[in-house]
Design a binder for this molecule. Structure first.
Ligand SMILES: C[S@@+](CC[C@H](N)C(=O)[O-])C[C@H]1O[C@@H](n2cnc3c(N)ncnc32)[C@H](O)[C@@H]1O
Length: 305
């Protein structure tokens, strides 16, 4: 649900945020409804930040994740929680003979994916990752999941579904948060955004979207080895960064954090100005055209069945 504040601007309000306001743990239905609302109002927002942030070799995290897929005609790939489809587009551009599928819960994100991909090139499904009914057992060679596993709760049915659809010798690779201290300044950005969010909803952070176990390297490894007992698990950490006019970098950075969507516009405006000061490359200048830089830590999980 979105209400309008006194300036007639949208403020996000859902049963998930209401549970937090009442000091209660939201259930999985509330989580799905909250995610659908955020993505209905802001479709394509992940891509905006993730496609601009690049590692030292110049790759963004979609390109880094896509490297897992061998360039073999006919290989069957599922992009789980594909959003607006940037990863599917990279794969399609690499090899027109890949057999591509995408699944997501957000109709608005799927519309964007459909619009950017040539007709008939990719099968898109509106599905929950916990219940991939349209995908047959052993029918996929690679499952990819970019910036979405950390949103899913319950997570065990998702991992079970991935195991079910993967063929023997198949691979599952996911792009998730890396260790907070791996990227310079990331902790400060996170703390600033959550300081503003917690002033409105004190429980946000202690309770967050998804299953907390998938957010730390050690606990995600345990969870994955429970779901894929005989598989080889490899976790690589990297850092991606973007640079540009600081006001744009601050806006794109804040927009990447789901938590920031609960802020009323006037509070968000104050946050953006503080974030601009934090991200400015030169702390001296007050010039609005000054440059800014945001860096974030990422992990690539790779499970070879
Ligand atoms: C942060 S966005 C990432 C989108 C895309 N993978 C990207 O990186 O651009 C997270 C996506 O996960 C989807 N999502 C969240 N929970 C899901 C679930 N349980 N099943 C399927 N999709 C889900 C959301 O609708 C959203 O499109």
């Amino acid at each position: 649900m979105t209400n309008k504040n006194k300036n007639n601007q949208a403020v996000l309000n859902s049963t998930w945020t209401e549970s937090l306001a009442n000091n209660q743990q939201p259930d999985s239905k509330a989580l799905l409804a909250h995610l659908r609302t955020v993505h209905r109002n802001n479709a394509g927002f992940t891509e905006k930040c993730a496609s601009s942030c690049r590692d030292k070799a110049g790759r963004n995290s979609y390109e880094w994740l896509a490297e897992i897929v061998p360039n073999v005609d006919g290989i069957r790939v599922l992009d789980l929680a594909c959003g607006s489809g940037p990863l599917l587009k990279i794969l399609y551009d690499r090899n027109k003979n890949f057999k591509l599928k995408g699944a997501d819960i957000s109709p608005e994100e799927l519309e964007l994916a459909k619009a950017r991909l040539p007709k008939g090139s990719v099968d898109l499904f509106e599905l929950k990752a916990q219940n991939l009914t349209a995908i047959d057992d052993n029918s996929v060679d690679v499952v990819l999941c970019h910036w979405a596993l950390t949103l899913m709760n319950p997570i065990t049915p998702v991992l079970n579904e991935i195991r079910r659809v993967l063929s023997t010798g198949g691979k599952f690779a996911a792009l998730v948060n890396g260790p907070m201290d791996a990227a310079p300044g990331y902790n400060d950005v996170y703390n600033l955004i959550y300081e503003y969010v917690q002033a409105k909803l004190p429980k946000y952070g202690e309770i967050d979207l998804g299953d907390p176990r998938i957010r730390s390297t050690d606990s995600s490894k345990n969870l994955l080895s429970e779901a894929f007992p005989d598989a080889n698990i490899n976790i690589k950490t990297s850092v991606v960064s973007m640079e540009g006019p600081v006001t744009e970098v601050a806006e794109t950075t804040a927009g990447f954090f789901y938590a920031s969507f609960i802020l009323p516009p006037e509070t968000r405006g104050i946050l953006l100005s503080e974030l601009s000061n934090l991200l400015a490359v030169s702390k001296q200048s007050r010039d609005p055209e000054r440059q800014g830089r945001f860096s974030m830590p990422i992990n690539r999980l790779l499970i070879s069945k």
